[in-house]
Write a protein that binds this ligand. Structure first.
Ligand code: ATR
Length: 284
C-alpha cells in the first residue's frame, strides 16, 4: 500500500478525458477550501486492473465518465441502491474493503432545479432523449414527484425507460402536434445541439416554450444551444448545461470530503473555462 504523504488524490477516469473540465472545477474547490488535495484526469484502458492500481497508489475518490459508467458497476464491491436502479455509477469512494459507487448525476439535477423553485411535485416534465443521461434525469424528476414523459427518436428506447421509471412515452415527431402549455419543465438530454455534432438543430419544437416553462439542457458546449436559444426567445426560464456538471461535481466533493462544496467558486471556474474554450474554438 502506498499513501501519498502530502496531498490527497482524486481524479476522473474515462476514455477520452483530455477535454474534461472537472480538474479545473475540483482543483479550484480544493484551493478555496485550503485543502491539500489534487484532482487529475486519467485515461484508463483496463478498468478493473487500473482501479486496483489507483487504489494502491492512494486515490481516495474518482469520478467515472464515458465509457465506464455501466461497466464499473460489475467490478466494484458496493453500489448504492439509487445508482443500481439508474444503471450507472459516476462516483467512486475508496473504503477499507474496496471502492463504493454512487450516482451524483441525478442529485445534480435535483439541486439545479431546486435553485429555480421548491415547488416541483406534480409538475409535468418532458425529457427528450433515452440514453444514459436521460435515465439519471428521469430518476431525479420522478423522485421529485413529477409527472414525466420521455420522447426519443427510437421509441423502443423510450419505452424501456417508461417501464423502468413509471413514466409516459411519446415519439419525437408527435411533439410537433402539441401545444404550448403541455409541460412545465423540458429537459434536453440528447447529443443534438452539441458542438461538432448537430449544432444547428434542436429536437424540441420552439412552440412548446413559454414564460411558464423551465428549459434545461445537458449539453454545455456551446453554452447557447439552439434548444436554449428557442427557449429564451419565448421567455422560458433557462438552466444551462453546465449547471448539472457543476452540481454533480459538488455532490462528489461533498461525499469525498464531508464538507459543503464552494459552489460559487466552482461555477466561476467552470464558466471561465467554458468561455475560454468558446473563444478558442471561434478563433479556429
Ligand atoms: P448518453 O448516454 O450521453 O445519453 P446515448 O446513450 O448515446 O448517450 O444517447 C444519446 C441520445 O441522443 C439518444 O436518446 C439518441 O436517440 P436514439 O435513442 O434514437 O439514438 C439521441 N440522439 C442522438 N442523435 C440524435 C439525432 N440526430 N436526432 C435525435 N436524437 C438523437
Amino acid at each position: 500500500m502506498i499513501r501519498p504523504a502530502q496531498e490527497r488524490l482524486f481524479g476522473v477516469i474515462g476514455q477520452p478525458v483530455g477535454h474534461s473540465l472537472s480538474p479545473i472545477m475540483m482543483n479550484r474547490a480544493f484551493e478555496v477550501c485550503k485543502l491539500p488535495c489534487h484532482y487529475l484526469a486519467m485515461e484508463v484502458t483496463e478498468l478493473e486492473g487500473d482501479l486496483e492500481i489507483l487504489s494502491k497508489v492512494g486515490f481516495e475518490g474518482l469520478s467515472v465518465t464515458v465509457p465506464y459508467k455501466e461497466d464499473v458497476m460489475r467490478i466494484i464491491s458496493n453500489v448504492d441502491a439509487d445508482a443500481a436502479f439508474i444503471g450507472s455509477v459516476n462516483t467512486l469512494k475508496r473504503f477499507d474493503n474496496g471502492w463504493e459507487g454512487k450516482n451524483t448525476d441525478w442529485l445534480g439535477v435535483i439541486r439545479a432545479l431546486e435553485e429555480v423553485s421548491s415547488l416541483w411535485t406534480g409538475k409535468r416534465a418532458l425529457v427528450v432523449g433515452a440514453g444514459g443521461a436521460s435515465r439519471a434525469v428521469v430518476f431525479a424528476l420522478r423522485k421529485m414527484g413529477m409527472d414525466v414523459t420521455v420522447a426519443n427518436r427510437t421509441i423502443e428506447r423510450a419505452e424501456v425507460i417508461g417501464r423502468h421509471f413509471s413514466c409516459r412515452v411519446i415519439s419525437l415527431e408527435a411533439l410537433q402536434d402539441l401545444k404550448t402549455g403541455s409541460w412545465d419543465l423540458i429537459v434536453q438530454t440528447t447529443s443534438v445541439g452539441m458542438r461538432g455534432y448537430d449544432e444547428t438543430r434542436s429536437p424540441v419544437p420552439a412552440s412548446l416554450f413559454s414564460p411558464k416553462v423551465v428549459a434545461m439542457d445537458i449539453v454545455y458546449t456551446p453554452k447557447w444551444t439552439v434548444f436554449l436559444r428557442d427557449a429564451r426567445e419565448r421567455g422560458a426560464h433557462i438552466i444551462f448545461g453546465s449547471e448539472m456538471l457543476l452540481y454533480q461535481g459538488a455532490h462528489q466533493f461533498e461525499w469525498w470530503l464531508g464538507i459543503r462544496a464552494p459552489i460559487e467558486a466552482m461555477r466561476e471556474a467552470l464558466e471561465n473555462a467554458l468561455e475560454a474554450r468558446e473563444v478558442m474554438e471561434s478563433n479556429g
